[in-house]
Design a protein around this ligand. Sequence first.
Ligand code: ZN
Length: 235
Amino acid sequence: MQMSEARNAVVLLSGGLDSATTLAIAQAEGYVVHALTFRYGQRHAFELEAARRIASVRNVASHRMVDIDLHQFGGSALTSDDIAVPVGRSLEEMGTGIPVTYVPARNTVFLSLALAFAEVLPADDIFLGVNALDYSGYPDCRPEFIQAFETLANLATKAGVEGQRRFRIHVPLISLTKAEIIRRGGELQVDYSLTSTCYAPDESGRACGQCDACLLRSQGFKAADVADPTIYISA
Ligand code: ZN
């Protein structure tokens, strides 16, 4: 579905499977994509390389890599050297409570910066690849949070207050299963071999195969009946 006039969108691109699919969906909806990636103090830089490759092959209009240092605060297995990434958890265990891979207020911080970028571009549309069904239990991946942020975006900005623009936060994956996301990405020619999902890859970027992100990803490929292009440490 092509729109009559190409419009800008800011797409948050982490380098993972979900954000790569979200970017492709935004393009398929006719948006001119400006990708935004955060070097936020995460322990592993492979996903940043992945984001670069994805932005490049998808021919985005621009790709910004912005530094923010959440490592200063720590408080997450992804930003602190003192907290281990959990491995080998069942879906049931993943579905209980909020895991230590939760990064405090991460999506609030990311969306706030995306909003600033969108106000300047200008873009009225921000795409975020959050998913409420992937058992992660992250509070900032829920539809209520997205709704609340959209309200905030229109209250907090000059563009929103002056009334000539209305910001929208798009979360096209919010109610899809991992398998559905992978099938949709396949239709849109997303190259998942370029993406990096693992919370604890080795020095050469190979996925651990045991963290929640790896397990959900590999089960998603199985359920979608699509070959998993991920390179695992054990492979
Ligand atoms: Zn992993």
